[in-house]
Design a protein around this ligand. Structure first.
Ligand code: ADP
Length: 265
């Protein structure tokens, strides 16, 4: 029987050791990332159960109170108003959870279409200007004279991105503050920013704001119907457009969110 020939490996023992070391390191890093994801997931569900329990308890107590049949007039109106608010909050939370899960699922199709960037941004901006919710803020639109370009976007999802950024800019600013929407053509694509002159974000908090449910329980004020998933949704939608969002902020001076969309024509 012919003997099998083994050729000496081209690679030296030191090189092999180095490669093994590097493979081991990247495995350890991947492991750590998975562990961190798992921690965040557990934290997310803990926050979520808390966020669901509070309004559910309030609703259950209100129903019991109404069942006594003694609640009438202004008191009845107040109870019904409270129930309406709690229900709206629960609806918002469930809708946001659903949208986030949809965006995290790579099988969800995006309905990308080419759109005139200037027309899209102007239409969005003027809809905010007409919205009474922004009446205490100064809204500014800064577009170049000739913003002659098309971007490939899912319009419904991109409106959601702008809505979440604008709502935050309003929530975390004060009467008389300014909210500015800008678009600039750059080498990388169309750079869009949403900036406010509001309360700002502390440097130690800034790296965490895109995490699901970050600070919701601490930051939420009574009557606030936000889900705490707003920025996580923004980040996911932009990822599905091949874009990445960043934030810069100075406490007391304001916050700027920035992302770039590919120009298609
Ligand atoms: P929330 O429902 O709490 O607003 P988001 O995911 O939209 O959830 O935002 C996460 C956190 O980031 C907020 O709780 C807030 O602390 C901070 N934040 C977001 N946008 C701004 C902003 N424009 N100015 C200051 N803080 C902001």
């Amino acid at each position: 029987m012919e003997k099998k020939k083994y050729s000496r490996p081209e690679i030296s023992r030191e090189e092999l050791q180095q490669q093994l070391f590097e493979a081991n390191m990247s495995l350890q890093e991947a492991n750590e990332r998975l562990r961190q994801e798992e921690r965040m997931r557990t934290e997310f569900f803990a926050n979520l159960s808390h966020d669901l329990r509070a309004p559910m308890t309030a609703l259950a107590s209100a129903v019991e109170y109404l069942k006594t049949g003694t609640v009438t007039g202004a008191e009845l109106d107040a109870v019904l108003e409270l129930m309406g608010k709690r229900t709206a909050f629960l609806q918002r939370l469930i809708e946001d959870m659903f949208l986030l899960a949809k965006m995290e699922n790579a099988d969800t199709a995006m309905h990308l279409i080419p759109l005139d960037a200037g027309a899209f941004l102007e239409e969005y901006f003027y809809s905010c200007e007409a919205d009474a919710a922004y009446s205490g803020r100064k809204l500014t639109l800064e577009l170049p004279e000739e913003l002659d370009c098309e971007i490939q976007i899912d319009p419904e999802m991109m409106v959601r991105v702008l809505d979440n950024l604008f709502t935050n800019a309003r929530k975390y600013s004060r009467e008389g503050d300014t909210i500015t929407l800008t678009a600039t053509k750059t080498e990388a694509g169309l750079e869009i920013t949403v900036a406010d002159t509001g309360i700002g974000i502390a440097p130690e908090e800034l790296p965490h704001i895109f995490e699901r449910s970050y600070r919701t329980t601490k930051a939420r004020t009574p009557g606030d119907d936000s889900s705490g998933l707003g920025l996580a949704i923004v980040q996911k939608i932009l990822e599905r457009h091949g874009s990445k969002i960043t934030a810069e902020s100075t406490v007391g001076e304001g916050t700027t969110f920035r992302f770039v969309l590919p120009i298609v024509a």
